[in-house]
Design a protein around this ligand. Structure first.
Ligand code: GRA
Length: 385
């Protein structure tokens, strides 16, 4: 067992940290306040190869794997939790799914543009009446001639309304149950597609919105994988995007700790630094230990993926579940330590607090993660595929 990051990974971590410090941190609060999506920064990350870590060079990637991408995601989230979402919209929920399931033509057409962020991506699972219960989705893609007619509404989709392309999950034949669900690569500029943004509490520098498909005519070449393999593609893709979410949560939790420590060593009350008070020390100690545990769970799951185990649902759930709880506790602890300054917009603690809660909701709620873990442990349903 070796817990050290090799020189290449350490250098990438440092470079991503420098990038976040220079390009993201100085503007993150302003972008958040203005609900501004900094596409120029996303494109720079694309040029640096950040979205191409698990993508082979022949499709424009840098082929250094999931652990590298997790480490970079963590450092970007430490600057802005909003921007870590782009690792899922540009790579893991889109380009990486096309890499695993697409035809050669689809790979060539979409992957290079997604990982360089020339085109903005998204993946569309959730619907107004179908959140945790994925299989209850209502969208349909009825076979029609050599293509499909797509109808339905997707909501809470990260990257919308700015996205150019979506991986959309819809039933081509509801009668067949799970075998009737298919995945499609959908050009969002097609006729019949309309998008609208949604307002939200946090993650305000990454748009979130809904997409309506009104009799959208898809060419046969839009089908991703085989007809009926939507379930497999959807859940195996979630197993990669969940890890990215965990990595982002670790980064945001670390940002909370960084801010709390800085404040503890600046602020004086009762004649001494507030870091000298044991009740604050308890908060700092809990945060530090929990972040380290969340980080190790995340790195372990990423490392397994780099060994070829992309079906490590259980270990990915451990990382996502534990990080979701940790980052929420850390944001709360930082708020307690900073007091009124945490509540004000003078420090980023208020943004961290608003951004943290979503880690209990997206990519499968904390309860969904616990359900998967418990059912595996109880022997009801094996998590790993
Ligand atoms: O046997 P079958 O043919 O009926 O197929 C079932 C099963 O074998 C079917 O799915 C198959 N399956 C899988 N296939 C391949 C299940 N898991 C896998 C897998 N890992 N790989 C249905 O399975 P089931 O077990 O009967 O499902 P269920 O009981 O209906 O639901 C299970 C569960 C609740 C866990 C699932 O629906 C789920 O994970 N729900 C959470 C949905 C979710 O994570 N949504 C996230 C939306 S995306 C998002 O949040 C973007 C945010 C962006 C960002 O911030 O990064």
């Amino acid at each position: 067992m070796d817990f050290t990051l090799n020189e290449e990974l350490l250098a990438m971590k440092e470079a991503a940290r420098d990038f976040a410090q220079k390009e993201i941190v100085p503007n993150a609060d302003k972008w958040d306040e203005e609900h501004y999506f900094p596409i120029e920064v996303v494109r720079k990350m694309g040029e640096l190869g950040y979205y191409g870590c698990p993508i082979p060079e022949e499709y424009g990637g840098i082929d250094i794997g999931h652990l590298a991408q997790s480490i970079i995601t963590e450092e970007i989230a430490r600057g802005s939790s909003s921007l870590r979402v782009s690792f899922n919209t540009q790579c893991l929920g889109t380009a990486f799914s096309i890499l695993r399931h697409g035809t050669e033509e689809q790979k060539k057409e979409w992957i290079p543009d997604l990982i360089t962020a020339k085109k903005l991506g998204c993946f569309a699972i959730t619907e107004p009446d179908s959140g945790s219960d994925v299989m209850s989705m209502k969208s349909t893609a009825k076979p029609d001639g050599d293509g499909f007619i797509l109808n339905g509404c997707k909501t809470w989709i990260s990257g919308v309304p700015n996205a150019d392309v979506a991986i959309v999950y819809a039933y081509h034949d509801r009668e067949q149950g799970s075998k009737g669900l298919s995945a499609f690569v959908v050009d969002l500029h097609l006729e019949g597609v309309s998008m609208a943004g949604l307002d939200k509490l946090g993650t305000r520098s990454m748009p979130t919105g809904e997409i309506s498909f009104d009799n959208v005519r898809l060419p046969g070449t839009a089908l991703l994988g085989k007809l009926g393999s939507g379930v497999k593609i959807c859940f195996s893709s979630l197993n990669q995007t969940r890890l990215s979410c965990a990595a982002g949560g670790v980064g945001l939790a670390q940002a909370c700790l960084d801010t709390a420590v800085r404040y503890c060593n600046e602020r004086e009350q009762f004649g001494e630094l507030v870091g000298k008070f044991q009740m604050n020390q308890e908060l700092v100690a809990n945060m530090a230990a929990e972040i380290e545990a969340a980080r190790l769970l995340t790195y372990r799951a990423a490392w397994q993926k780099d060994q070829g185990d992309l079906g490590n649902v259980l270990e990915t759930c451990y990382a996502k579940f534990f990080t979701g709880e940790t980052v929420t506790r850390c944001a709360h602890s930082t708020m307690k330590i900073l007091g009124a300054y945490g509540y004000s917009t003078e420090y980023p603690a208020a943004r961290f607090y608003r951004d943290a809660v979503v880690y209990q909701i997206v990519e499968g709620t904390v309860n969904v993660q616990k359900m998967i873990i418990a059912q595996d442990q109880l022997g009801y349903r094996k998590a790993n595929r």
